[in-house]
Design a protein around this ligand. Structure first.
Ligand SMILES: Nc1ncnc2c1ncn2[C@@H]1O[C@H](COP(=O)(O)OP(=O)(O)OP(=O)(O)O)[C@@H](O)[C@H]1O
Length: 417
């Protein structure tokens, strides 16, 4: 059992199954004073009340405060996509709330050695991109820590000890409905092979740590917020490293595509980045775009690129220029043109790149000659008068901080002050 600090307070996740009942019993034996038991009754199975009953009895017997979360079974009338993931979020959020209530910062969970090995084999089989192989003894969930004190104990050891000490438990409810793949792996697992797997996991995690060093080295010099620079060095990196750099880049921006989508998406991005002839492409992922913009890879919320077209008919509409990052430039262009309303403004680059002209060039050729970033092309507004194909502004200028200031002026004009 991992070290437990008797001066600290802990939330203990007890399902009523053998692992968590054993863990709780060990903590009681160690006389850890500040424990709180947390149990979720999902009401997913008919006998889940018996699990809750056992947990409550244990809490009362050992004089440990406890919190129960009961899920209303009505919720199962509408289908829940990924049950495991949903149940986990409910559980961890409840643990977090309980920890907050008691002013503690750590939750104890009873994953065992078998869970650890099974997880690793599943990760390997699925070729998952992960932050750690197997189950980590300590992790972070939001503001609190998750510790797994019995991670080195085999299931058989736990069952034997429970048997020996005549400690009652409920059949591990959480395992009954475990996914097919895990059950298949479980059925073929032999605890005698665990030392071999442990060695394999150790090496896998060591290699991962080395890889992460290279990843951070690249990101340190080439990532600025939601933008990743693709340097000439990129093509020389191994495909594994490229995939992982992209993975960590997305994670750093809280963009985490579902596991089954992740690898294929990152491979696709990596493949496209290697085709250096294309300066621009986008891939829509959920509510954001991954955009190649010359030597940059950008993450952009979808709404930012939505094409818009507005008309400015009178003075009172002038404030609408603020909808575009180059609002200041647009206002200046209207002023220079002598306020000859109506004007149209659009950021629909795709639609107008060959139809509108800036000087002697089409918008597309004009921007290409200046190597204007595609983000600018798709967000900045182009100003023209209806019936004319002549753009009255330059459109390639970066977003201007003065926009707001001019916005104020525009509002003042609007109010006629
Ligand atoms: N209904 C529950 N109430 C309280 N604690 C629970 C409950 N279900 C699970 N736990 C805690 O989580 C541990 C792991 O349970 P289980 O193996 O079902 O989780 P998992 O789905 O593999 O992983 P995760 O803990 O990340 O959800 C249990 O031993 C117990 O400590």
């Amino acid at each position: 059992m991992l070290k437990v600090d008797p001066k600290k307070g802990y939330i203990v996740g007890v399902s009523g199954g053998p692992d968590s009942v054993y863990m709780l019993n060990e903590l009681v034996k160690k006389k850890i004073p500040n424990l709180v038991i947390a149990h979720v009754n999902y009401h997913y199975r008919d006998d889940s009340d018996l699990d809750q009953q056992l947990v409550e009895e244990l809490a009362k017997k050992h004089h440990i405060p406890y919190r129960i979360l009961e899920i209303n079974s009505e919720i199962y009338k509408t289908p829940i996509g990924n049950f495991e993931a949903w149940a986990r979020t409910i559980r961890y959020d409840f643990f977090a709330n309980t920890a907050k209530e008691f002013g503690y910062d750590t939750v104890m969970i009873a994953h065992n050695h078998n869970d650890h090995i099974e997880t690793f084999l599943l990760q390997k089989e699925r070729n998952n991109l992960v932050n750690h192989y197997g189950i980590a003894p300590k992790t972070i969930y939001g503001d609190f820590k998750v510790e797994r004190p019995i991670l080195t104990l085999n299931k058989s050891q736990i069952l034997q000890r429970l048997e020996k000490q005549k400690i009652p438990y409920r059949l591990d409810s959480t395992n009954v409905d475990k996914k097919f793949a895990r059950n298949r792996i479980r059925a073929t697992l032999n605890e005698e092979d665990f030392p071999l797997y442990d060695q394999e996991i150790k090496i896998a995690n060591q290699n991962l740590a080395k890889e992460m060093k290279a990843v951070y080295h690249y990101l340190k010099t080439n990532q600025v917020g939601d933008t990743l620079k693709i340097t000439p060095l990129w093509t020389q990196l191994s495909s594994t490293l490229k995939t992982r750099i992209l993975y960590v880049f997305l994670q750093s921006q809280n963009k985490n595509p579902a596991q089954n989508r992740k690898r294929s998406l990152l491979q696709e991005v990596s493949r496209r980045l290697d085709k250096s002839s294309k300066n621009f492409w986008t891939i829509l992922v959920d509510d954001y775009y991954l955009m190649r913009d010359y030597d940059l890879l950008r993450l952009i919320p979808k709404v930012r690129l939505d094409p818009r077209k507005i008309t400015i008919k009178v003075d009172e509409d002038l404030y609408l220029v603020e909808e575009f990052p180059n609002g200041y430039e647009l206002f200046e262009a209207i002023k220079k043109d002598g306020f000859r309303f109506p004007y149209t403004i659009t950021n629909d680059y795709q639609e107008f790149k060959d139809k509108l002209w800036i000087g002697k060039k089409t918008v597309k050729n004009y921007f290409n000659s200046l190597k204007t970033p595609y983000l600018t092309r798709y967000t900045n507004g182009l100003l023209y008068r209806r019936g004319s194909n002549k753009v009255l502004n330059q459109g390639h200028e970066k977003a201007n901080k003065q926009t707001n200031e001019y916005g104020k002026i525009i509002r003042i004009i609007k109010r006629g002050e």
